[in-house]
Design a protein around this ligand. Structure first.
Ligand code: 5RP
Length: 267
């Protein structure tokens, strides 16, 4: 691997081989998502605990201090919205030249395997990989399911992750599922887990992140279940402990409860 590519990956994946990416890209198709109306304010207390930010160029420029940031994974696919016809009909929204200008450590693109736009999204990934390899910029593929959350089983996710890796993604982001080892076992590049919509209890998150880490994932790209939580700093600290310190779910819960208690007292 060439130096630039290796150096950028090393900015994202920490010396322990694990990573906690903080995605704040949701607005590119959801608009002002709850608790992300002002992304700069949302991320300020969370940044110290994140290894990288997943963000569009618009929010990066408007809301992230260039003098006080974390490595950036630039979201470069889009062109659809929640109220449009089909979320899968994405194109590439940002050039590789712009990614270089913004000093991105990687670029990220969604692929929609099994959708009406499967071919287009996969060819977009392949094109982006060609450009990324030219500049030494890794591509993170996001295995998107649109509104069809029931697609999140091991058979489907293993298929989608493997295809993304075959087309040249250096890292793949997918969803956790039962039998997650089938997903990581069939994917020759590092796999990270997204969180999905906010769930009922924090413990559910700690449990799936822990299970995924035990079964071959290198970490998380987890947004709403951090910044939509009432105690986002407590949440990111607890998840960080699972990702980087191999904390068990109950230990993570203790970290969360302790941090939540001290923050509640201060307010
Ligand atoms: C949204 C994304 C997000 O980066 C991804 O879904 C992770 O965020 P969350 O944990 O909130 O699901 O690709 O377009």
């Amino acid at each position: 691997m060439e130096w630039g590519m290796a150096n950028r990956l090393a900015q994202l994946i920490q010396p322990d081989g694990h990573a906690l990416f903080l995605p704040i890209d949701h607005g590119y198709f959801q608009g002002p998502t709850r608790k992300l109306e002002k992304p700069g304010e949302t991320i300020r207390p969370l940044l110290p605990y994140a290894d990288a930010l997943f963000v569009t160029r618009g929010v990066l420029r408007a809301s992230v201090d260039p003098g006080d940031s974390k490595p950036v994974i630039l979201r470069v696919s889009g062109g659809t919205s929640m109220v449009g016809k089909d979320l899968a009909n994405e194109g590439i929204t940002t050039s590789m030249e712009e990614a270089v200008r913004l000093n991105a450590s990687a670029v990220g693109i969604s692929v929609f395997v099994g959708s009406d736009y499967e071919k287009e999204s996969l060819l977009n990934l392949a094109k982006l990989v060609d450009e990324g390899e030219r500049y030494g910029i890794p591509v993170m593929a996001v295995t998107a399911v649109g509104k069809e959350m029931e697609k999140r089983d091991a058979r489907y996710l293993a298929l989608a992750c493997r295809i993304a890796a075959e087309l040249g993604a250096r890292v793949v982001k997918t969803y956790w599922c039962q039998n997650f080892e089938k997903v990581t076992g069939g994917c020759p590049v590092p796999v990270l887990m997204a969180g999905g919509p906010q769930v009922n209890t924090e413990l559910e998150i700690f449990e799936f992140v822990h299970d995924g880490m035990q079964n071959g994932s290198i970490g998380v790209n987890l947004g709403r279940n951090i910044w939509q939580n009432d105690f986002p700093v407590a949440m990111i600290k607890a998840i960080r402990a699972v990702v980087h310190e191999n904390a068990a779910p109950k230990e993570a819960q203790k970290i969360y409860d302790g941090e939540k208690g001290s923050r509640a007292k201060k307010s």
